[in-house]
Every structure is written in structure tokens, then in C-alpha cells.
Write a protein that binds this ligand. Structure first.
Ligand code: AMP
Length: 279
């Protein structure tokens, strides 16, 4: 599902004949309001489409002008993967969150420049998908920098969903937002060549971001932004020299289902996260 809205992006001021400034031709831009995707059985389609439409119509980013729902019959057998282990780091402010993110990301071998580029992309916001940044030279490798790459064809089996919900309930984080992000991050981390993902939601009401990687799992970072802010986005860091087309093909096209659920912890000190390698 993709929901968007048309807004006036700028007011051009031009000098008129009598030397007064007037607004002319406000430029119209389409902004991304909400998106969602998943792999479901035929019997679930009605329920899921209703849920997606409701989400698009009630999004805190505003009333949508257009909702596009695409339903595809996926014939390829999905790859079966394990979800990332989940933990939450103690964080009180966006500045502290940024320091934590830098420590985690840079201990995965990602350069300072690539980390800064990711922060800039997230600050700018308004992408439908994720930016893909090379880990050393900080090169953007996705073909459309405005759109990014949208991870699709991902899901979780009913029994794994029950186990994940139960594990998250113990830490009071059993929400659709958290579960959908874990499913997405687990597919991304399972992609050969991807070292880490950084995500800040563009939902003004949701202020917990995350860094995900095979090495440290899915690390939640509370207060990564101030409430009410619409900035947000996603960045995937890939190893230098990896074939971009293969990565994008995997993320967009290969169906992947979580059938195994990893451990879920509550608050974990940063040093413990950095000293314990999941893989
Ligand atoms: P959200 O976590 O849904 O608030 O999304 C935050 C940002 O992540 C969005 O603005 C998009 O840029 C990006 N994003 C959301 N869903 C996806 C996806 N399926 N694949 C890639 N990027 C996404």
C-alpha cells in the first residue's frame, strides 16, 4: 500500500510591474504519507487491505490524497529466515541517540562519512524507500535517490508471529509498528552484503529509532527524535564493492518469511551490546 499527499512546496516570489512582490505558481510536490507491504495467504487479503487503508486514512502525517494498493500473486517459494534478536538501549535525548548510533555503526566498520550521509538523508526525509550507502566511500548506490529502495515480499509465519508477540509483550513493546520493523530489519540483515540498517520513523508520534545488523541484532533507540517531528528515513549500509543490483533484487523481489524467532531482551547497556556479537 502506498499513500501520498500533494502539498505546496514553495512559494515563488516574483517582482511584478508595479514593484510589489506577489506569490505565483506555488510548486506542487507529492509527499509520502504511509506505506506497507507483506506476504499473506489469499484468505487474509481482505482483512489486510482493510487494515492498510485504515492506516493510510488515519496517519498522523495528515489526510492522504491518494492510496494505491497493489496485490500480486507470488509463485516463488519464500526463503525461510530467523528474526533478529531485539534489545533496547538506554537513551534520553536525540543527541545521546546520535552518539549511540555512531558507536554501533562505526564498530561495524562503517565510515564516519557514510554515517553522516545517513543522518543527512534522514534529516531531509520524504523518501518512500531506503537509501543504500556504501560503507567506506559513502556512495549512494540506489538508482533513484528521491525514492530509495522499497523492501517488499516479506512476512512471518503465524506460529512465529505468536512467539514474537509473546516475547515482545514481556517488554511491553508488542505493537504492529515494532513487529513490522523487526520483520523488515530481519529481511534486510539477511541480505548478503548489507552490514547495517539505520531507521528513524517519519511518524511524528513515534520517537524510537533502531540500528539493525546481524552482529548486534535489532537495537532500539528511544528518543531518537523529538515528538511532533516529521523527519525520518532509512539507510542501508553495504560492503564496498558489493553488486548493487543483487542487493536491490533481493530486497525488492525475493520472498522471505520469518519462521524462527530469536531472543528478545529489555534494556541493555550499550557496552554489553557492543561486547556481545550475535553472529
Ligand atoms: P516508517 O518506519 O514506516 O515510519 O518509515 C520510515 C521511513 O523508512 C520511510 O519514510 C521510508 O523512507 C522508509 N521505509 C518505510 N518502509 C520501507 C520499506 N518497506 N522499504 C524501505 N524503506 C522503507
Amino acid at each position: 500500500m502506498r499513500a501520498s499527499k500533494i502539498v505546496k512546496s514553495e512559494k515563488f516570489k516574483v517582482k511584478s510591474e508595479n514593484s510589489q512582490f506577489k506569490n505565483q505558481n506555488p510548486k506542487l510536490t507529492e509527499i509520502h504519507i504511509s506505506g506497507a507491504e507483506g506476504l499473506y495467504r489469499k484468505a487474509e487479503i481482505n482483512r489486510i487491505v482493510r487494515r492498510y487503508i485504515e492506516r493510510a486514512l488515519c496517519h498522523p502525517k495528515g489526510l492522504t490524497d491518494k492510496i494505491v494498493v497493489t496485490i500480486e500473486n507470488i509463485k516463488q517459494r519464500p526463503d525461510l529466515i530467523e528474526s533478529l534478536p531485539v534489545s533496547t538501549v538506554f537513551c534520553r535525548t536525540p543527541a545521546e541517540g546520535k552518539r549511540i548510533i555512531k558507536k554501533i555503526i562505526q564498530s561495524l566498520g562503517i565510515s564516519k562519512r557514510s554515517t553522516e550521509i545517513a543522518f543527512e538523508i534522514i534529516k531531509k526525509g520524504n523518501m518512500r524507500g531506503a537509501a543504500i550507502i556504501s560503507a567506506e566511500k559513502a556512495e549512494r548506490i540506489e538508482p533513484d535517490h528521491g525514492r530509495g529502495v522499497r523492501v517488499s515480499r516479506l512476512g512471518i509465519s503465524p506460529s512465529a508471529l505468536t512467539r514474537l508477540s509473546l516475547a515482545l509483550s514481556r517488554h511491553k513493546i508488542n505493537t504492529d509498528t515494532v513487529k513490522e520493523a523487526i520483520i523488515l530489519a530481519s529481511k534486510v540483515a539477511s541480505c548478503t552484503g548489507i552490514l547495517a540498517e539505520l531507521c528513524v520513523s517519519d511518524n511524528p508520534d513515534y520517537t524510537t529509532g533502531y540500528v539493525a545488523s546481524q552482529k548486534f541484532g535489532y537495537v532500539r533507540i528511544p528518543h531518537i527524535k523529538q515528538k511532533g517531528k516529521r523527519i525520518g528515513g532509512r539507510a542501508f549500509f553495504i560492503k564496498e564493492g558489493v553488486n548493487a543490483e543483487d542487493v536491490i533484487h533481493y530486497l525488492e523481489e525475493i520472498p522471505v518469511i520469518i519462521t524462527k524467532v530469536s531472543s528478545s531482551k529489555g534494556l541493555v547497556p550499550l557496552y554489553e551490546i557492543l561486547n556481545y556479537s550475535h553472529k
